[in-house]
Write a protein that binds this ligand. Structure first.
Ligand code: GLC
Ligand code: GLC
Length: 665
């Protein structure tokens, strides 16, 4: 990629393409096009990188140059269609690229329909988002989908249409503007690994159109699918075994070419990593890259500031490999990144890679994804609650938390998906913990089957062949509240609230953008009603995707109610985060204070620092003053959470699930 010849060829290619681009956009126009010079500046700055990445992926295609030129036209078209206020935002973001590292950033995620019926409803909730302090809002996929099963919106039938019951694209653009005016960045998914089988590209493929057949990975029989499946992991084994689903296509000569073989019986096989109605896109075809670049820039021009790149691990396939996290997947995302830098520079990417932590980290860089979910922290927070032991969390964070300083983690305790136990076995074994049995224990624990478990979760995608499973459930139900309310006493209710606050205190302080799964702040419990809906019954993730009950939200200011107790404590923490500059940025030093139940770290920004300790047990703990001295932490501290002071030489007592944010006086 750093080949000097490539730089030379990139310059030559651009010099050849520019006159054609100018002939198309500039010549003969009476007035100079607004923003054209800015576009040229960024094109010159980023084309060499884009060229090198695109060449790497597509140099063997006969029509490489044709596709490169049409990509350039898409970039120019999109930039010229970009609204003036978004171009202003572009300029501002280019000036302060680290804006998202501010301690004032707080993220949240919700479903449009489940939270507020439709886009108009979401707009009407802006005062609530402000009350909570939200500055980053991820709306779950709101694009046109088929009725019935659609994987919670992740089976997209059109990236350019809002699902009609939710509203229109104009409303979405208006919402994005309203958010921006209130300091809230709109985050949406780019579901770029697959489309639904009802997308126009899929329909054209079903009709036998050869170019459209090439958009997907469709095979005439099981020969090639069988070869691939020898090395593939099953992602949704409950739904279909392996990674391919059968389809019936009308026979035609074009079809034979499109699927690369003779179709005799009419049955062909399409690559479907997830559900059978989600067809994986074929990124080996440059036309697919160009089309998706167009869809991405369209969304950027609607006012989306952060694109959540869904299922990044799966986008490139190579026979004989797991087809996850391949080098080309990174090249592809970097190429999309270069596209954004040229035509929508304010746009950021968040990677959704729920894989081995070393693989998660590889997606994170300013040239690839500036933001990434932190699934390791998420899984280990729950692991530590189950074991009352923060050792694996501490070990993993001390070695794996650091990322490129220009990037940020998105730290969360729950989202719309299941919990997968994605810690590294090689980390665990250093503590004498074996990966496979430990995951089995965690699954048993969170399904409430392990003796003494406080959790009420459900299995997701149990695979009898491997014994693997993941866990569904809301934060409150997994943390013990459902069980405590149904079977126990106020003591257990308080402990459950303590667990919920403890793990939130960590995502709010550890470095990065905290992300709240809306509903968690009012202690929403599992909703088993999904079992009555045939479109949902097979997918236990719906247990933690209930329709919002606004009468519960109305209790949030009443300290005597359960939602009120949690909401007020959590609001207090959010407020503290937003008024503590030491929590900005990424500088996090994980400490060992000699107590396996306690996670400790120092957050530092500039000269300001905060020492954080969090206890994962219901048993009271004491951290001797000597531990602080050994860490070089002397002086008087104030606990920002409780207001208490800790004098030099004083031991620190921690109650059940207590956490302290100690600020040096
Ligand atoms: C992502 C989503 C998940 C969905 C999958 C397939 O992982 O988070 O909900 O099922 O992609 O699109
Ligand atoms: C798998 C995928 C992840 C997806 C999840 C949905 O874990 O790796 O991308 O979110 O399935 O359950």
């Amino acid at each position: 990629m750093d080949d000097p010849n490539l730089a030379h060829e990139a310059a030559r290619t651009l010099a050849r393409l520019l006159p054609r681009l100018e002939a198309r956009y500039v010549k003969g126009k009476k007035r100079p096009l607004a923003g054209w010079n800015d576009f040229m500046r960024r094109l010159h700055a980023h084309f060499p990188r884009l060229f090198a990445l695109y060449y790497y992926l597509y140099r063997e295609k006969y029509d490489f140059f044709y596709h490169l030129e049409s990509l350039l036209n898409t970039l120019a078209d999109s930039w010229l269609a970009r609204a003036a206020d978004l171009q202003t935002l572009d300029a501002a973001r280019e000036q302060t690229p680290a804006w998202f590292q501010s301690h004032t950033m707080v993220g949240a995620v919700c479903y449009v329909d489940l939270f507020a019926d439709d886009l108009a409803g979401i707009k009407a909730k802006i005062p609530y988002f402000k009350e909570l302090g939200i500055t980053y809002l991820h709306l779950m996929p709101l694009f046109r989908v088929s009725e019935g099963e659609n994987d919670g919106g992740y089976a997209v039938s059109s990236y350019r249409e809002v699902h009609p019951p939710l509203g229109t694209m104009d409303q979405l653009a208006d919402l994005a503007r309203a958010f921006r005016a209130e300091g809230i960045s709109l985050v949406l998914d780019l579901v770029f690994n697959h489309t639904s089988d009802e997308h126009i590209w899929a329909k054209a493929a079903l009709a036998g159109d050869p170019d459209s057949l090439d958009i997907y990975r469709i095979y005439p029989d099981r020969t090639i699918p069988d070869q691939y499946e020898r090395t593939l992991r099953e992602i949704f084994p409950d739904e279909h075994p392996g990674a391919f689903s059968p389809l019936v296509l009308p026979p035609s000569p074009a079809l034979r070419r499109g699927v690369g073989g003779e179709v005799t019986g009419g049955e062909v096989w399409v690559w479907t990593t997830f559900h059978r109605y989600q067809w994986d896109l074929n990124y080996a075809n440059p036309d697919v890259f160009n089309r998706m670049a167009g869809e991405m820039l369209f969304l950027a021009n609607v006012g989306v500031e952060v694109i959540r790149l869904d299922a990044v691990a799966f986008i490139w396939k190579q026979m004989g490999t797991s087809c996850e996290n391949l080098p080309e997947a990174h090249i592809l995302i970097q190429a999309f990144n270069a596209v954004a830098r040229i035509a929508a520079p304010a746009l950021l990417f968040k990677s959704e890679a729920i894989v081995h932590p070393a693989d998660v980290a590889r997606y994170i860089s300013p040239e690839e994804c500036q933001l990434s979910y932190n699934p390791l922290l998420m899984a280990l927070l729950w692991e530590s609650l189950a074991t009352r032991n923060a050792s694996l969390l501490r070990l993993s964070m001390s070695e794996r938390f650091q990322i490129n300083p220009a990037c940020a983690w998105v730290n969360y305790v729950r989202v719309h998906d299941d919990i997968g136990w994605t810690f590294a076995d090689e980390d665990a074994i250093r503590l004498g913990i074996e990966g496979h049995p430990h995951r089995r224990f965690l699954n048993e624990f969170y399904m409430g089957r392990f003796p003494g478990s406080f959790a009420r979760g459900l299995p997701f995608q149990y695979n009898p062949k491997t014994g693997d499973a993941r866990i569904s459930g809301t934060c409150a139900s997994l943390a013990g509240l459902e069980k405590a309310l149904a079977e126990e006493t106020e003591v257990e209710v308080s402990l459950a609230l303590g667990r919920i606050l403890l793990i939130h205190s960590i995502i709010l302080s550890i470095g990065g953008i905290p992300l709240l799964y809306l509903g968690d702040e009012i202690a929403t419990l599992n909703d088993y009603g999904y079992r009555d809906d045939p479109a949902k019954a097979e997918d236990s993730r719906w247990v933690h995707r209930p329709r919002t009950d606004w009468t519960v939200y109305e209790q949030r200011h009443a300290a005597g109610t359960l939602p009120g107790r949690l909401f007020q404590a959590l609001s207090h923490l959010i407020h503290l985060r937003k008024s503590t500059p030491a929590l900005a940025g990424h500088d996090t030093q994980i400490l060992d204070v000699g107590n396996p139940h306690v996670l400790a770290y120092v957050r530092q920004h500039g000269h300001d620092h905060v020492l954080i300790l969090a206890s994962f047990t219901e048993q009271p703990q004491t951290i001797p003053a000597n531990e602080f001295r050994l860490q070089g932490l002397t002086g008087t501290f104030t606990d920002l959470v409780s207001g208490a002071t800790l004098e030099p030489g004083q031991d620190l007592g921690l109650g059940p699930f207590q956490f302290v944010w100690l600020h040096a006086q």
